[in-house]
Design a protein around this ligand. Structure first.
Ligand code: LLP
Length: 454
């Protein structure tokens, strides 16, 4: 990263780092959908996640439109919003209103989506170690599909379906051997990891045979997810081909598989140094081409294709608003560095500490001309790895009480937040058309103490 890089100003562009409705007003205060961050800080406190509702919904719509258009001449497509990136009842309703389905990966995610009034038929369930409770709830609510992730899960789902005198709609999660994406921990399609059933070893084929032979299971689809924060289209095309070849194999065995889910993982820009990711149309085009090739080669009917984007829908729609506290100048081997402490940290964004992820930041409460100082934004936790932004040029005049905004924190920020150091997790404020409202309220110390039963 170039030293002391200034953070780009909000400009309404889709890849400009800030949500499309973020601006700076004539006093230099950042506004989101017409609401100033000063007003948000005054009303809701800091740190706070600020979610641009219209931005998130428009990214969801862009995926839906791209998939519908790319698959119009095939058997159509569905988009599942991956709730693990960030989920709340309001978000579940927005995604449903935009025509998306929702992918859940736990009892809590499933209950949240159901509590929002989303019908089971619009929800999918993942997980490499599902409990009976999770599977039973999914079956009772008429879930669209349960993605089977291991051989023992076949019997588990069949048993729970038999008890309810029903057939469970299932997918098989396949590891294709294709891997792509950011950090090692977020690559999921190579062999030496916990997810899915390998095509190379024959485990996926065994699962297909067992499921097809089980009267309590309806083998609807195949599923592949190759990783996360992927900025190129090639891996998706390769993985699609492996999955579709497996579909051909199944058809040769007499098992027709009607649906294919090609997962999530579409990357976003976090800083000015990151490349602009391909547009949804480009990803959708690569997937549709793989399906077209498969159909023309095999003569099989086209499958219904779904995808599961999370990050690319919500990450750029949210910023985190912090208040600056202690400031400290230190000497390092590479010159002076300013440590700017804020009132949150690794409890509201674990990604820098866990993955070394880079973010950027900007002074949000006023304009500041003049010199930029090489700065590191840090949190208030008892850990030196508690970094919010590794390296950013901030105005020399930044001082305690200023507001600082960190953009692109919508995905895996609140959802991977913690109560480390007994910190209360921030609320999420949704902003639309000049109105701000809390959709997830800030935790209070009473919330935390209520869990502590002595
Ligand atoms: N579908 C499946 C089966 C997944 O495992 C995931 C993400 C997604 C969809 C959504 O992927 P997305 O479009 O959001 O990349 N905590 C990490 C990311 C973990 C992703 C886990 N699975 C991070 O903060 O980078």
């Amino acid at each position: 990263m170039s030293e002391m890089m200034a953070t780009p100003e909000p400009n309404g562009e889709r890849h400009g780092l800030w949500s499309v409705n973020t601006r700076r007003d004539s006093d230099g205060v950042l506004t989101v959908a017409g609401v100033s961050v000063e007003d948000i800080a005054r009303e809701f406190g800091t740190p706070t996640y600020v979610l641009d509702e219209d931005d998130m919904r428009s990214r969801a719509r862009a995926w839906k439109r791209a998939m519908d258009e790319a698959f119009a001449d095939l058997a159509g497509a569905e988009v599942y919003y991956a709730g693990k990136a960030f989920l709340s009842k309001a978000v579940a309703r927005w995604m449903t209103a935009e025509g998306l389905h929702i992918d859940t990966a736990s009892y809590g995610e499933l209950q949240t989506v159901l509590a929002a009034g989303v019908p089971g038929s619009r929800i999918g369930l993942h997980g490499n170690n599902k409990s009976d409770e999770e599977i039973a709830l999914a079956l009772e609510k008429g879930i669209a599909h349960i993605v089977i992730d291991s051989l023992p899960e076949i019997d588990q789902v069949a048993r729970l379906a038999a008890q309810r005198k029903m057939r469970a709609p299932v997918y098989v999660r396949v590891t294709t051997g294709v891997h792509a994406g950011g950090h090692d921990f977020i690559q999921t399609a190579h062999e030496d990891q916990k997810f899915g059933l390998s095509v190379n070893s024959g485990a996926a084929q065994q699962a297909i045979r067992e499921i097809a032979a089980n009267e309590h299971l309806d083998l609807l689809g195949l599923h592949s997810h190759i990783g996360s924060q992927i900025l190129a289209t090639a891996g998706f095309g390769e993985a699609a081909k492996v999955v579709l070849d497996l579909r051909t194999w199944a058809a040769e065995q007499g098992t027709q598989i009607r649906e294919v889910d090609l997962g999530g993982g579409y990357g976003v820009r976090y800083t000015d140094d990151d490349a602009v990711p391909p547009a949804p149309e480009e990803f959708a085009g690569v997937l549709a081409q793989a399906v077209r090739d498969h159909v023309s080669k095999t003569g099989l009917p086209a499958p219904l294709v779904s995808i599961e984007p999370g990050r690319s829908i919500v990450a750029p729609a949210m910023l985190t608003l912090y208040e600056v506290g202690t400031i400290k100048d230190v000497q390092t081997d590479s010159g002076p560095r300013r440590y700017v402490s804020v009132d949150g940290g690794m409890s509201d964004n674990l990604r820098p500490a866990l993955y070394g992820a880079n973010y950027t930041a900007a002074l949000a409460s006023r304009n500041a001309d003049g010199e930029l100082v090489r700065s590191r934004v840090v949190g208030k936790h008892c850990e030196s790895g508690d970094i919010v932004v590794h390296n950013v040029g901030l105005p020399d005049s930044v001082e305690a009480g200023d507001l600082l905004a960190v953009p692109v924190t919508g995905a895996y920020g609140r959802s991977m937040g913690s109560n480390y150091n007994m910190m209360c997790r921030p609320g999420v404020v949704a902003v639309v058309d000049g109105q701000a409202r809390e959709i997830v309220r800030r935790e209070t110390i009473d919330d935390l103490l209520a869990l502590d039963v002595g």
